[in-house]
Design a protein around this ligand. Structure first.
Ligand SMILES: [Zn+2]
Length: 330
């Protein structure tokens, strides 16, 4: 029943100033308004829009980010079955992540640790990609890759989607180097084992933030952009209220410039998530989290591959990539 406690606590914290019921996904805006801010791929959506809405745009329209590849990474994760912390399936995913990242030429650090949880001591592992930059300073991107401890829960969107986006971003970013270093974090243990609380949740991000504080490296982090639940066919994103507002502004204005204002909405939400572990230690952080309370499948066995849109993954990936380039230019 842990998931219900988390559901209740998180849902209780959620407030929407406006529910944009007319804007379920961006397919409608793509062809209703021949607006200069729409990216070119949307202007081709004049026939069969419902089908096109789920297809990924060609990578050259989304900064090189390949929505089909990202979707395949979600499929791979789901094929492993439920992936709670400490499970064999999660070990298999760790191996997959590390071998993919190495095949992209990424430098990969791992931190294996044990966490005391309400269901016992569990082995956990954080995975951190480090891409060097020219100047001191780090821009951190991140996701959790574990799934909720619940029978038949495969976490296509919650765990799978953002992990897939970060893998595809790492493929693009590892061969590049910019002004600042870029780190891509894959956190274990975001989900509560029994009931969401400050001590039962976010094990991996708390571990990483604590270690980086001890080493002093946390002071180098200029910004942290977190993704969670970012692959839904009808995903909508609201500004998360505990996030650093300047960073939220940067991401949302980037999304609007790219033509994604129909899914990056300006009303507010509130969510507890892995960004908290870094906010508490003074790192400017923003959580880009899909509207999970209204998606109809959050923390249920219905969070399955059929809920995921390659196109949404591409939009989020493109927005993260361009937001990163904005941060690199500061
Ligand atoms: Zn979750």
């Amino acid at each position: 029943m842990g998931s219900y406690s988390k559901s209740f606590l998180r849902a209780a914290a959620i407030t929407f100033s406006l529910m944009p019921l007319g804007l379920t996904g961006c397919k409608a805006s793509g062809h209703d308004s021949p607006n200069a801010s729409q990216p070119p791929f949307m202007s081709t959506a004049s026939s069969a829009p419902s089908q096109l809405a789920e297809e990924a745009p060609p990578p050259e329209k989304t900064g090189g980010f390949d929505g089909k590849r990202a979707f395949a990474h979600v499929g791979k994760q789901v094929s492993l079955g439920p992936r709670p912390s400490g499970s064999r399936a999660l070990t298999q995913l760790q191996d997959y992540l590390q071998s993919e990242l190495k095949s992209y030429g990424c430098n990969v650090d791992t931190d294996a640790f044990t966490a005391d949880t309400p269901v016992g001591r569990l082995p956990m592992k954080n995975i951190l990609v480090k891409i060097p930059g020219e100047k001191p300073g780090v821009i951190l991107l991140g996701t959790h890759y574990d799934t909720l401890l619940k029978e038949n829960f495969v976490g296509a969107d919650d765990g799978g989607s953002s992990t897939a986006v970060m893998l595809e971003l790492a493929r693009l970013l590892c061969p590049q180097h910019g002004k600042y270093s870029v780190w891509v974090a894959f956190f274990d243990g975001e989900e509560a084992m029994k009931s969401w609380s400050d001590t039962d949740s976010r094990y991996g991000s708390r571990q990483m933030a604590a270690r980086l504080s001890t080493s002093g490296d946390i002071k180098k982090i200029r910004a942290f952009l977190l993704a969670d639940i970012v692959g839904g066919r009808k995903a909508l994103f609201h500004r998360e209220s505990s996030s650093t507002s300047a960073l939220v502004d940067l991401v949302w204005s980037t999304a609007a410039k790219l033509g994604y204002a129909a899914i990056f909405l300006n009303d507010m939400t509130s969510a507890e998530d892995d960004h908290d572990s870094f906010l508490k230690r003074g790192v400017p952080s923003a959580d880009v989290i899909g509207d999970f309370t209204n998606n109809g499948y959050w923390h249920t066995p219905q969070d399955s591959l059929d809920k995921i849109s390659p196109r949404t993954l591409a939009i989020v990936g493109h927005t993260f990539l361009e937001s990163l380039y904005q941060l690199q230019s500061k």
